[in-house]
Design a protein around this ligand. Structure first.
Ligand SMILES: [Zn+2]
Length: 363
């Protein structure tokens, strides 16, 4: 792929304001991608709620040897950011790093697989709601459409060609408390809804707050919201505690939720513990064939193996965790995602393309 072709296609994608939930813009951008694909490709386009999913591939669309998962949607930005600009080797604009750079590359990889009639069939999967949780896109693609590639490449993390071998899971847990109002001068006549939540919060902090004070790969917790009560002289009738837990691959959403439920019922059996949102951790075994071949390709193309690291943020890759699909997460050098200075390094994109091209051919 020439730099000119890459820049031209990336520029066309950046110009379409594919903010999550902008169904029309996302649909238009997916249409453009379809036009770029070799006409011999197989396609499937599915609408689910406000998300649209495009699968476009060279062979077995749902069970290819290689899947390449990307998202078209971006976070909102000033109008002038929906135009690709250059600064030296950097390309700037909304979504260039997160993650529109990957779409011209994905199409080129696909078209090459088709042209070479490679036995390693390849499916490019594009969703449009990653930035709002992927519940209608990535989740639907994994659980309902049952997209099961042999290896899933997700270039949505690992800036600077670092292989992300693990990412933490997330659980948003809400604890609801109902009390009985009374005047604060006679608190024994009521029941304060905040009191059991304070006790529970302290119990959880005793266990997890030490992990929250420094970089580590253990379970962390953040009390994002603690609300209840209207006036100082009333015994609080209703309160809610909202906690964001991030946890490593050795734990699960269900186990964490059970732990909070058990602690809550010890404090007050009337507390209601709810799971508001959750995502599984991801973990890729660096001794697996998928990673060994990637390192082999890296040695050939870059002259060295990729470095390996964990990442704290989540991506749509988490929806494939439970299906044990090996996840290959790495991307070119870029930065400033979700900011006004989002950028991607052009040469690094070319290197990433060469690396992926070689990787797919030897898988
Ligand atoms: Zn992303």
């Amino acid at each position: 792929m020439t730099k000119e072709k890459f820049i031209d296609r990336l520029g066309k994608l950046v110009e379409i304001p594919t903010i999550s939930q902008n169904v029309e813009a996302n649909s238009k951008a997916l249409g453009l991608v379809e036009e770029w694909a070799d006409k011999r490709c197989k396609k499937l386009r599915v609408t689910n709620g406000n998300a649209e999913i495009l699968l476009i591939g060279s062979g077995n669309l749902l069970q290819p040897k290689v899947g390449f998962l990307v998202h078209m949607d971006v976070v909102s930005a000033k109008p002038e950011l929906f135009k690709l600009t250059h600064s030296g080797n950097r390309l700037l604009g909304r979504g260039v790093s997160d993650m529109k750079f990957s779409i011209p590359i994905g199409i080129e990889l696909l078209n090459n697989v088709v042209k070479e009639n490679s036995a390693n069939d390849f499916t490019l999967a594009i969703t449009t709601d990653e930035e709002v949780g992927g519940g209608e896109g990535g989740k639907h693609l994994a659980d309902e459409i049952k997209f099961r590639p042999g290896v899933l490449i997700v270039p949505d993390g690992g800036d600077g060609l670092v292989l992300i071998n693990k990412s933490k899971g997330v659980a948003h847990v809400w604890v609801e408390s109902v009390g009985r109002p009374a005047h604060a001068s006679e608190p024994w006549l009521g029941k304060n809804a905040l009191t059991p939540l304070c006790r529970l919060a302290v119990t959880l902090l005793d266990k997890y707050d030490q992990n929250t004070q420094q970089v580590n790969w253990e379970t962390t917790m953040n009390i994002g919201s603690f609300s209840g009560g209207k006036s100082v002289n009333q015994v609080c009738p209703e309160a809610v505690l909202k906690i964001d837990f991030r946890f490593p691959e050795k734990r699960s959403v269900a186990e964490l939720l059970t732990e909070v439920q058990n602690l809550a019922s010890q404090v007050d059996p009337d507390l209601q513990v709810k799971l508001a949102a959750a995502g599984d951790p991801t973990y890729t075994d660096i001794e697996s064939t998928a990673v060994r071949k990637l390192m082999q390709a890296s040695q050939e193309v870059l002259g060295h193996r990729l470095s390996v690291d964990g990442e704290f943020g989540a991506s749509d890759a988490r929806y494939w965790s439970k299906y044990e699909v090996p996840i290959i997460m790495t991307k070119p050098k870029g930065g400033g995602i979700h900011s006004d200075e989002e950028w991607i390094d052009l040469d690094s994109c070319m290197t990433f393309y060469s690396l992926m091209s070689r990787y797919i051919s030897i898988l």
